[in-house]
Design a protein around this ligand. Sequence first.
Ligand code: BEZ
Length: 213
Amino acid sequence: MSTIRLGDTAPNFDAETTEGKINFYDYLGDSWGILFSHPSDYTPVCTTELGTVANYKPEFDKRNTKVIALSIDDMESHKGWVKDIEETQEVKLNYPIIADEDKNVSNLYGMIHPNEDNKATVRSVFIISPDKKVKLTLTYPPSTGRNFEEILRVIDSLQLTAYHKVATPANWKHGEEVVISPAVSNEDAKGLFPKGYKEVKPYLRMTPQPNLD
Ligand code: BEZ
């Protein structure tokens, strides 16, 4: 079983989806990407998750992020279940679901955890940057639906810290103070962060989020 670690190149693949055959890299293009698996179609938690992601599509679009879901159910199952998601979650499904019947993608990404369930994927999430590097991995158990607000929060942090020499503290949300990277000297910090910074400790320096007016 494959183990994907942060900084690895996200494996490319071809797959059948509810929106036709795709090549993963072509699907992502220059965008950020979220690949997430669910255990099974026609199950309650998964139904709420896939509906929630469809409802959040405008938020993913704002962040130049494409989403794609996966389970090892077949296409007929996916297509029937999509109708239930749309009916019960009051949303139009607006992203593809991979029908990974042969487990090709699940195995590439290590989404099947045999000691949990050897016949289904767990709730995995991979966030992938435009250069196709894996920036976040998450694994949730079948019984716990994911918090997609948290996924959006991480994308905000990843996109901010990719371009500014900062990191985001515990429970940070877009618009709040950030921490200056320890590698930045006080001298350089004055130039890099014209809004100023507060030195709580020499290694803990807070500054307003730099990419806001
Ligand atoms: C669910 O989506 O509700 C679910 C799926 C697999 C195991 C437990 C719950």
